[in-house]
Design a binder for this molecule. Structure first.
Ligand SMILES: NC(=O)c1ccc[n+]([C@@H]2O[C@H](COP(=O)([O-])OP(=O)(O)OC[C@H]3O[C@@H](n4cnc5c(N)ncnc54)[C@H](OP(=O)(O)O)[C@@H]3O)[C@@H](O)[C@H]2O)c1
Length: 298
């Protein structure tokens, strides 16, 4: 029998006269809400901007933050998918869910997206920026690598994070529990054959995160990198350019992370007490002991 989480007991354990429980009603997606106690940072009605919200981690994060009562600003290139995600996030409790087309590989597009975000927020402030848009293209060794794949990976995973952060920084609240969370990868710390450009891009993301933490010291803005290992999303389908059979291979016989696992972590990172910074969080499936050691059931 798996252990059962008992919300009331958890609330009692966390609540003291000095530390009242922050959650007042039972919302869906209880997984992320178990942390809403004590000095947790309350994300209800806070503005949360998520890039790459049309699928995978970004879409699941929209729902996790929505279930916590946040106001959402969602961006990606597939607007029809964003509309669906926004509707689902609203259904589970988002205070509001706004979306607009975003291509993080284009500076002008990023700037107009952030200008739109500023209008939505009006007099308020942004509390969470999740730089999630990105991914891998191809699995060619360097000897056969394609310029267009390399350029696209660096455009989204590296320059996209820089562009979005530069544009959104003026919107972020100072000394009020705001967070920038960049989605890195296990590949930033380890690599594999055919992964050179993607590994370089995610190592770049990690160094951007570390640099930002230095540059924003004294503002109260938290800066984190959440670095997942093998996860089943549309990532592999995109990498293999729609080849579904090839995209399935990395997951064969193993039990990968799913988007909701990462979404719950993102919500947890942003809802830590305002003085707590989760610098770098590496999360892998149990089956992935190392990059080249993935347990597969026959
Ligand atoms: N799945 C994994 O195993 C894994 C592991 C570690 C890290 N990651 C990272 O996690 C992040 C999310 O990936 P995922 O696994 O959730 O894959 P996914 O399902 O393919 O999601 C990728 C998201 O990024 C968006 N995106 C891609 N290029 C974009 C661009 N130029 N402008 C705006 N949005 C763009 C996509 O939306 P549109 O196509 O609609 O624009 C989509 O919403 C990526 O940064 C990826 O590198 C994934």
């Amino acid at each position: 029998m798996p252990p059962v989480w008992r919300p009331n007991r958890q609330r009692q354990a966390c609540a003291t006269p000095e530390r009242p429980p922050l959650f007042q009603k039972n919302l869906p997606l209880g997984g992320s809400l178990r942390y809403h106690c004590g000095m947790a940072f309350d994300l209800r009605n806070k503005w949360v901007l998520i890039t790459g919200a049309s699928s995978g981690f970004g879409a699941a994060a929209a729902k996790a933050f929505g279930a916590g009562g946040a106001r959402l600003l969602l961006g990606a290139r597939r607007v029809d998918r964003l509309a669906q995600v926004a509707a689902e996030a609203t259904q589970v409790g988002a205070a509001s869910a706004h979306f607009r087309a975003l291509d993080v590989s284009q500076t002008a597009n990023v700037n107009s997206f952030v200008a739109w975000a500023r209008e939505q927020i009006a007099d308020g402030k942004l509390h969470v920026l999740i730089n999630n848009a990105g991914g891998a293209l191809g699995l060619d060794p360097v000897a056969e690598g394609k310029d267009e794949d390399w350029e696209a990976m660096l455009q989204t995973n590296v320059l996209g994070v820089l562009r979005m952060t530069r544009a959104a920084l003026p919107l972020l609240a100072h000394h009020d529990g705001a967070s920038i969370i960049n989605i890195g990868s296990y590949v930033s710390r380890s690599t594999y054959e055919g992964g050179a450009a993607y590994a370089a891009a995610k190592a770049g993301e990690l160094q951007i995160t570390r640099t930002l933490r230095l540059e924003l010291s004294g503002t109260g803005i938290r800066v984190s990198s959440v670095d997942p290992g093998l996860a089943k999303t549309e990532f592999s389908l995109v990498r293999f350019k729609g080849d579904a059979a090839r995209a399935e291979k990395p997951y064969e016989g193993t039990n990968p992370l799913v988007a909701e696992d990462v979404a719950e972590i993102l919500h947890w990172v942003a809802s830590r007490p305002a003085h707590v910074n989760i610098d770098e969080l590496l999360v892998k499936p149990v089956d992935q002991a190392a990059m080249h050691k993935v347990y597969r059931r026959k």
